[in-house]
Write a protein that binds this ligand. Structure first.
Ligand code: MG
Length: 218
């Protein structure tokens, strides 16, 4: 793995890169609650709080508020923020596997002076829950990550080049000074390279990296 001298910020995917991807929680693809484990947990909690037909009410909320975050749902349904947050944290602790070699890579890169960004299909709070599990940040985002671009910041999902353009607009560095590291050849390589990223590296859970080919777009 050789990072181009132009690169100042190294950006990481979360699911399948920093934590295992058995539990999808993307924001827009899965418009049914069973496709997102945290939404399902929240639906159960809303039901427990006395709301009839909680899962359909939650689904309706996410359809109207397309760029929802878990914190918005907690507020909207008057859930006890402290209890719900602790419950979701505990769930992550019991179910998610951190991919430690890739987490370690972040520390190594940061020690070499690179800025570290997260670019993810998860909404911001979902990014924080997963990153907290890796020890990289706390739930307030304090830690070794410089910027987090989740679905409600890039307004979409990573398969869409528009998402990447919005992320680049908000980034302190231009696209040509950024490299992406992730596990998906399309979302973490083809599309960000087409959006102007300098490099992309595909990673597996053992921390082996392979540079993706530059895609020429006419
Ligand atoms: Mg991934």
């Amino acid at each position: 793995m050789e990072i181009d001298p132009k690169v100042k910020a190294v950006c990481f995917d979360i699911d399948g890169t920093l934590v295992d991807d058995r539990y999808p929680s993307a924001q827009i693809h899965e418009r049914f609650l069973g496709g997102n484990y945290i939404l399902h947990l929240l639906g159960d909690m809303i039901q427990t709080s006395g709301h009839q037909d909680a899962h359909n009410a939650l689904l309706a909320y996410t359809e109207v508020n397309v760029y929802w975050d878990y914190s918005d749902i907690i507020d909207h349904f008057n859930l006890d923020s402290f209890l719900v947050t602790e419950w979701i944290r505990l769930w992550h602790k019991n179910h998610l596997v951190a991919l430690w070699r890739n987490v370690q890579l972040i520390h190594k890169l940061r020690n070499k002076g690179y800025k570290i960004y997260i670019i993810s299909n998860n909404p911001h709070t979902g990014c924080l829950f997963k990153l907290e599990h890796t020890g990289l940040v706390d739930l307030d985002g304090n830690g070794v990550i410089d910027e987090i671009f989740g679905s409600n910041r890039g307004l979409g999902q990573k398969w869409d080049i528009g998402f990447w353009k919005r992320v680049i607009e908000q980034s302190p560095y231009p696209a040509e000074a950024m490299a992406m590291i992730g596990d998906n050849p399309v979302e973490d390589a083809e599309v960000p390279l087409a959006a102007g990223f300098c490099q992309s590296f595909l990673v597996d859970s053992e921390g082996k990296l392979q540079e993706a080919p530059q895609i020429n777009v006419v």
